[in-house]
Structures are given as C-alpha cells and as structure tokens.
Design a protein around this ligand. Structure first.
Ligand code: KG4
Ligand code: ZN
Length: 357
C-alpha cells in the first residue's frame, strides 16, 4: 500500500512544505523545501510573531510550487493534505492551516491537522532505526522539554517536563548573554567546541515536590541561566576578556548531563529499553554523543532523529500525517482552527467531527 501526504509547517519561523510517501513499509521524502526566517529575526534577538506571519504568507506559494514540482506528484493525487495546527504562534499557524484547508477543498482531498510535537516525535521514523512502542521520547525544542512515553495507537503519557524555560530557550537566552546571535543553540555548539566543559561549575536545576524531595524526571533551566548571568557579571567586573568558549562548553555540558541523566533514569525506572531523541536541541553533538555513551552502559537503545530533521521542517509533519492515515484516524474537520497550545495527549481530538478549537 502506498500513501502520500503533502505537508505544511508554519508554526514558528520556518516556512516549510514537504511531500512524504509511505511505500513498502518505509517513509520516503519526495520533496522537502524550507525557507528559514532566522536571519531576519536574529536582528531582534528572537522571533517577532508579526514578521513571522507576513513572511509565511509571502513565501508559501513559491515553496508549494517548488515542492510539488520536486515530488513529481500532482496535488490531486496525494492521499491527504496536512498542516501544523497547534502549538505555535497563532498568526503563523493560520497561514499553513488556511492554505492546506483551501487546497483540500479545491482538490477534494482529506485535511489532517497535525500537532507540532507529534511531528517532532515522528521525525525519528525518517531515520534508519525506527523504534517500536512502548518507548520513551526526550523532546527538546525551543518551546518544550518533555519526557513522553509512547504506546501503540499513538497514545502519549508525559512522564517529565520543564517547569520553566525549555532547553532550547535556555540555549537562546544564554547565547544572548554571551553576545551570540539567534538561534543560540548552533552558535553555542560552534563556540563550545574549543572550550573546556569543566572550567565552570553550573547547577543542575531540580524541581522540589511540595511533600518533600524532588520530581525525578522534571527539569528547571532558569536557575542555570541566572548562574551563567552571575558568572558573566563577575567576569565583566574583573575587566578580563570573557572566556566565551569555556562558558559555552560548561553550559552546554551541564544541559546535556541533566537531559541524559534524567532521561535514562526515567527509561530504566519505567522499564522502557528504547529512548528516542527529537527536537531542535537533539541536533546538539555533545548531547547526542553523551546520550549514546551513557545509554549503552545501561543497555538502553538510542534512536536519533536525523540531524537535519531535528529542527522544524515539514517532512516530520508529513510523516505524522502518514502515521495518522496508517492508524486509520478520521480526517480533520475543515472547521478545525489553530491554537497556541493544546496537550499532546489530547491530539486524537484533532480528528473528531467536533474539533476542539
Ligand atoms: O524544534 P525547533 O526547531 O523549534 C521549536 O519547535 O521550538 O527548536 C529550536 C530550538 C532553538 O531554541 C535552538 O537554539 C535549538 O533548538 N537548537 C539547538 C541546536 N540547534 C537548534 N540547541 C543546541 N544545539 C544545537 N545544535
Ligand atoms: Zn518545533
């Protein structure tokens, strides 16, 4: 059975269109087009929602044409048209969602509204080593840091989360403190290569339980960001040049250690022997290496999304669409709108006759 999905992603600052096909048990990318706005947002130090929506509108028609051309498949031949509908910037989400619904009407194709995090979770199926449920996912992006147990039938249980900043947000904020540009993750990674990860000792934030002790699988990154800020202030007052590489490497190392330690603890204590790493921060080399090394000591198998599909893209949205088709989810209602937030464990509601938003 061959199924093909045209997919649109516009939840933040990447306009993306892809055509993905499920053929003979494998996911194949027929087209994957992306237009990043990161350089334009960089001058403001972060994403400006109004600019993001405008650029999506401007770029979408050209990207669509390019993706359809590359794929060699006409829109009327795809099995469904998918678009990210939540979570994200609502003005930005609307561009992809309205485009997809209009195409669905015009070409009489089913529409699939996709949860962006389900898209990230699906990116691992674009690698050579897809996991089989149940498994644990560490999802680390600019807006989310979560440990999610995936069972059969696309059911999700959140076992851990950040109580403040997401890991990617911490990279972006610390990069700004160090005078590096947006997005901070790749900048910190580059500069950290020449640094000593043990030169500064930064805290591994913990979240206290009201009844005492700590939540074992939860994260807190705001104290770490403050610790880096204080260190930078101290160094600045001494008027010596900032040891940027050492600061970046020490920060990156402590984030990787925290993510690896808590994910492996969560996997072991929940008897899950497969761990999947997805989301923008999952592109980080130190994190990938450390996860592989520590997991092998505990006999946990690591499945990594390909690096190029860790950050936002439409191929992962198309893959999520195909998984929905394969799981025989009903198509989304054309009345399904967009929402800034919606829990992942309620993503089934996106395929109900009466949509949740
Ligand atoms: O998944 P993503 O593209 O967008 C969201 O859904 O949020 O993630 C973007 C985040 C940004 O915070 C960016 O700084 C971070 O992922 N990131 C990285 C790397 N590449 C992107 N963080 C650490 N190392 C990287 N190589
Ligand atoms: Zn994302």
């Amino acid at each position: 059975m061959t199924q093909t999905v045209l997919a649109l992603e516009t939840s933040c600052d990447e306009t993306a269109v892809a055509v993905v096909q499920f053929h003979e048990g494998k996911f194949q990318i027929l087209a994957n087009c992306i237009a990043s706005q990161a350089d334009e947002h960089a001058q403001w130090g972060g994403v400006v929602p109004e600019i993001a929506s405008r650029r999506h509108l401007e770029k979408m028609p050209f990207l669509l044409e390019k993706a359809i051309d590359q794929s060699g498949i006409s829109i009327s031949k795809v099995n469904a048209i998918a678009a990210t509908v939540t979570p994200g910037l609502t003005g930005a989400l609307l561009v992809g969602s309205i485009t997809a619904r209009t195409l669905a009407c015009l070409h009489k194709r089913p529409f699939l509204g996709i949860h962006h995090l389900e898209g990230h979770l699906s990116s691992v199926f674009l690698s050579d080593s897809a996991p089989s449920p149940p498994y644990l996912v560490l999802l680390v992006s600019g807006g989310h840091t979560e440990l999610i147990k995936v069972d059969t039938d696309l059911t999700y249980t959140r076992l851990g989360r950040s109580h403040d900043d997401a890991a990617g947000e911490a990279f972006d904020k610390v990069a700004r403190l160090l005078g590096l540009s947006y997005p901070g993750g790749p900048e910190i990674e580059k500069i950290a290569e020449k640094g000593d990860p043990k030169s500064f000792s930064f805290p591994k934030g913990r979240v206290s339980r009201p009844e005492g002790g700590f939540y074992p699988y939860d994260f807190s990154f705001s104290g770490l960001k403050t610790a880096v800020m204080r260190q930078v202030e101290r160094l600045n007052s001494s008027e010596l040049e900032l040891p940027l590489a050492n600061l970046a490497a020490s920060f990156e190392n402590v984030v990787a250690e925290v993510l690896v330690e808590r994910s492996l603890k969560c996997a072991t204590e929940n008897q899950l022997n497969s761990l999947v790493l997805v989301g923008g921060v999952a592109a980080n080399h130190r994190l990938r290496e450390m996860m592989f090394q520590k997991a092998s000591e505990k006999l946990i198998k690591i499945h990594l999304a390909p690096k190029s599909f860790c950050t936002d893209n439409a191929a992962m949205i198309g893959t999520a669409g195909l998984l929905r088709l394969l799981s025989e989810s009903r198509a989304s209602s054309l009345e399904l709108g967009v929402s800034a937030r919606h829990p992942l464990d309620k993503s089934n509601l996106l395929y109900q006759i009466n949509p949740p938003f």
